[in-house]
Design a protein around this ligand. Structure first.
Ligand code: TRP
Ligand code: MN
Length: 451
């Protein structure tokens, strides 16, 4: 890899998972437009997230990352955005209380549109069409017209991200995240589940502590920490035309930032050390994630650390393991040891979703809560045994009452999947299942801290 980086130097490297744009002129126009539009996030915010993640790398804070597998143009409603925020707030409360450390809140939102695919073509009943690559590229309908990549969709994704972020900023700094509203984040359909009730009990406890604090003069009016949260955005940096068009040079430091989100990650399928994604991301100063599957080797990971974090800056690099419940014990300990032996500063996070996907007899892609929980338990036990701080967790979830993953307190079974299966891509935890998982993570963390 040559040393000269610029926002388009990735074009000299093989770029996997990019659409075949049928109209190069339309793509040029989109790229020009996006380059001129305002940034979605600011360098100062990105630096703030990196400082928080540096504390995570040192074992002083915990990263909670979650949201849709893929955002969609159809599901672009205030209620859906609000309900996703609600679940994340509830999970953050459970975790902050459970581990007594700050929880850094990062959504998979406001930009998570594009999906890597295992094959560029999809065949149904003898008809082959380009695969669906996410709504910022093409439409899921199975017709030639719908599947044609359209760069205009990248602009639509940009504008949807801008208004999503606008609403999130309003909520998180406008009183919605105020801790005195703890109870209102519990949604109706969750409130009667065992997990909803468990949350309500915790909310009661915390509310009475807040009343005590108010009596001694500490309240949301004089203490903004009780009222506001810092909420950050993230997505997979997959479509390099989009990411590079939103990359800007910071006027204060002269550094480059990808201003499409605070944190961006490289997927398991595009993390080749001689590939375009690594080349692009090494040049921007954002905190980066890299997804690591069960075939990853220590050499690959160390090479990724060299390329993406040559200065070994804590907070720069988060390794997000997605090994699968039956692989993590075999694979993770060696990887952890080599990274530690080489003294690399990284955050270790666990994505217990992507290694545990299977097809139910009905044909629905699903995930079982038991397997998700098993991978999480193994993750915490392994890191504890190696003396490494388990830095965070990464989920696909929604605030809606969907039936996409099986198991959990509502006991969704495979035969229920068809009832409310709404995802455009991978199966997500619903609100009640997300609370289940948050309690489990808090317990697993507490158990490893007290040992
Ligand atoms: N500001 C603190 C934080 O972000 C406390 C806080 C306020 C909070 N509202 C919250 C924590 C909602 C979790 C959820 O941690
Ligand atoms: Mn996914």
């Amino acid at each position: 890899m040559s040393d000269v980086w610029h926002p388009l130097s990735w074009k000299n490297f093989p770029a996997l998972q990019q659409p075949d744009w049928p109209d190069p002129q339309a793509l040029d126009e989109t790229r020009r437009n996006l380059s001129g539009y305002p940034p979605l996030v600011f360098a100062g915010e990105v630096r703030s997230l990196k400082a928080h993640l540096a504390r995570v790398a040192k074992g002083e804070a915990f990263l909670l990352q979650g949201g849709d597998c893929a955002e969609s143009f159809n599901d672009f409603r205030a209620n859906a955005i609000r309900d996703k925020l609600k679940v994340l707030l509830q999970m953050a409360v459970i975790l902050t209380h459970g581990i007594s450390k700050p929880v850094i809140k990062v959504g998979r939102i406001a930009g998570q549109f594009a999906k890597p695919r295992s094959s560029p073509m999809e065949t149904r009943n003898g008809v082959s069409l380009p695969s669906f690559r996410g709504e910022s590229i093409n439409d899921p309908d199975f017709t030639l017209e719908a599947r044609q990549p359209d760069p205009g969709r990248l602009e639509r994704a940009y504008f949807q991200s801008a208004s999503t972020l606008n609403l999130l900023r309003a909520f998180t700094h406008g009183g919605y995240a105020d801790l005195t509203r703890l109870h209102t984040w519990n949604q109706d359909f969750v409130a009667n589940s065992p997990q909803g009730q468990r949350y309500a009990l915790l909310a009661d406890q915390l509310t009475s502590s807040l009343k005590f604090m108010d009596a001694i003069g500490v309240n949301a009016k004089n203490t903004p920490q009780l009222r506001d949260i810092e909420y950050f955005t993230s997505h997979e940096a997959l479509i390099l035309e989009y990411e590079s068009a939103l990359t800007r040079q910071d006027s204060i430091t002269g550094d480059w930032y990808d201003c499409s989100a605070h944190m961006i990650w490289i997927g398991e399928r595009t993390r080749q050390t001689d590939g375009a994604h690594v080349e692009f991301l090494r040049g921007v100063k954002n905190p980066l994630g890299v997804k690591i599957g069960h075939t990853a080797t220590s050499d690959e990971i160390l090479r990724l650390c060299d390329l993406l974090n040559p200065e070994n800056e804590p907070g720069r690099l988060t390794l997000i393991g997605r090994f699968g419940h039956n692989q993590i014990l075999r694979v993770l300990p060696d990887l952890l040891r080599s990274v530690r032996q080489e003294g690399r500063q990284v955050v270790w996070s666990c994505d217990p979703m992507h290694g545990n996907t299977y097809s139910a007899p009905s044909g629905h892609k699903t995930r079982h809560l038991d397997e998700i929980m098993t991978e999480l338990r193994h993750f915490f036990a392994i890191l504890q045994a190696e003396g490494v701080w388990p830095g965070g967790v990464h989920f696909e979830l929604t605030g809606d009452d969907v039936t996409e993953c099986v198991g959990g307190s509502h006991d969704i079974r495979e035969e229920h999947l068809a009832e409310r299966y709404e995802t455009t891509c991978d199966p997500r935890l619903n609100a009640a299942q997300s609370l289940d998982i948050a309690f489990l993570v808090a317990e697993a963390m507490r158990a490893s801290q007290s040992r």
